[in-house]
Design a protein around this ligand. Sequence first.
Ligand code: PMV
Length: 360
Amino acid sequence: MTDQDFILKSYNTNIENGTVKWESPSNIALVKYWGKKAHQIPENPSISFTLSDCKTITEISFAKRDLSTSFSFEVYFEGKKNEAFKPKIQTFFERIETYMPFLRDYHFKIETSNTFPHSSGIASSASGMSAIALCLMSIERSLSEVEVTDKSFNQKASFLARLGSGSACRSIEGELVVWGKNESIPESSDLYGVKFEGDVHSNFNNFQDTILLVDKGEKQVSSTVGHQLMYGHPFAQERFKQAHENLAQLKTILASGNLDEFIKIVESEALTLHAMMMTSMPYFILMKPNTLEIINKIWSYREKTNSKVCFTLDAGANVHVLYPQKEKESVLEFIKNELIRYCQNEHYICDHIGLGANQI
Ligand code: PMV
């Protein structure tokens, strides 16, 4: 498959208007994507848990207009007109127009909201971009002159979402999604995310993710800049190789249910991601003192209790605390007693592994 296969060849030009609506979740990577080539092609493969409750809900109304040279759209965030999101969506439209030639034929009203609080430090780009991609795919499906199977719908939605924000391509399906070509997963692709079809042990059923909001402020360095700093990074090639190996190992671990081995890969991936940031030129640190306090508390709790709780990090200071369903009560107790004091305003969000996006 190449990107050419995603070009819509012909479509019905008689559809005047319509409305589509999707909710799409966030995801948390276990093996991290950090570094990309041109056109949002990842330097290394990644795998993520799709989340369930942290999601974006987006409705797009479209109405026929006279052909014009520019795109026509307006954006509403949580009921209010939002100009700040427009440049990102403009760039997204420019990137995907080749694949969706009908984009200039319509005016789009994009209304979006998140289930998680705004400026919580949770990146909404994965859920936000995947929700828009899915809405546009529903519009494409209604204009299409040939039947669009669910498989090709999801594949193209993921392909488009990737062009909005790389990690967004892993938010279409659940419960685990792989993005980036890796030998151990034959169906994997650099172009789109694929549902992980390998065996998954019951230890991972309904796996929990409690997100500790250590810092809700804007990040000092964006992911876009962080990815760019992997060009010419002294450890880049080794890191990309390591991600391939970690993904292959994780595949075996997911099947065996060995949680000790799971913890080793997941925590090492999180710290390696931040090590790449600290060894970039210019170097930067996104963790905060409280991020480290939490990590140390998790380590000592694990030592004391033999719990299988572990942590992972995004490109920010917040900590995702991951643990099996059967430890839900005890770990939540630990979080409340020992960890929320390190969160900004004691804020945290309870989520768990989810099944992917839904049309509403
Ligand atoms: O999707 P982007 O370009 O915002 O990159 C996100 C990268 C990480 O969240 C740090 C890792 C990942 O694989 O999601």
